[in-house]
Design a protein around this ligand. Structure first.
Ligand code: PCA
Length: 212
């Protein structure tokens, strides 16, 4: 049986809730296979999130990693395509750390591509009536840091390529600030469940003329 590691984030930026961790818990409560699901809530800390995710990957040796976080203000689920080697924080993380123009991994590649079947996932979400799109950037805060570092950690831990990616979710209806776009809690959880169901579906991707 394959193991999928699924994570959400704790609240940050003065908010009392984070719909990503809530949705992950909702998915875990009803997950009925076919894979083994390991879930966790990551700290919104540049150092802490990468360390915790690295520990989880080493401990569980997952066959796939799906990290999720909140993109407040977005109306759609965003399946991220690229993690960039950049920490440039608009606000401090929950440890009070606010890096400006620093590398996630000094000397590392400028960017790493998510290894999930991104377009296939977006199509499956759209087919299920859940607003979704493929996104080119997870920003330069903790979510991007997790995507960039998880791709390296999974590569180190596994013999072959492990599907690793990041999904940003909008506010859920009960957590959305006044006037902010939102999706229902059940649609966000349903969306994440759809991602899990697509994770091992391979997709031919082409970058710079190279198909792999
Ligand atoms: N969203 C933030 C960090 C934690 C979260 O849920 C981000 O997009 O970086």
């Amino acid at each position: 049986m394959s193991t999928i590691l699924l994570t959400g984030f704790e609240p940050f930026g003065g908010d009392s809730r984070n719909p990503s961790a809530e949705a992950v818990n909702r998915v875990a409560a009803t997950y009925d296979g076919p894979h083994e699901l390991v879930t966790a809530t990551l700290p919104v800390s540049f150092a802490g999130s990468a360390a915790e995710l690295g520990r989880l990957i080493d401990a569980h040796r997952p066959d796939a990693v799906v990290a999720t976080g909140l993109a407040g203000g977005s109306a759609r689920i965003a399946v991220e395509r690229i993690g960039v080697n950049l920490m440039d924080a608009r606000i401090a993380d929950n440890d009070g750390h606010q890096p400006t123009d620093e590398a996630c991994e000094p000397g590392g590649p400028a960017a790493r591509f998510a290894t999930l079947p991104v377009k296939r996932i977006v199509q499956a979400l759209s087919d299920a009536g859940i607003p979704a799109h493929a996104s080119l950037t997870a920003g330069s805060f903790v979510c991007n840091h997790v995507l960039y570092t998880a791709l390296a950690a999974a590569e180190r831990a596994a013999a072959g390529t492990v599907p690793v990616g990041f999904v940003h979710v909008p506010w859920s209806t009960p957590t959305a600030p006044e006037g902010a776009p939102h999706l229902s809690e059940s649609d966000i959880a349903r969306g994440i469940r759809i991602v899990l169901d697509q994770v091992f579906e391979t997709e031919q991707r082409a970058v710079g003329g190279t198909v792999w």
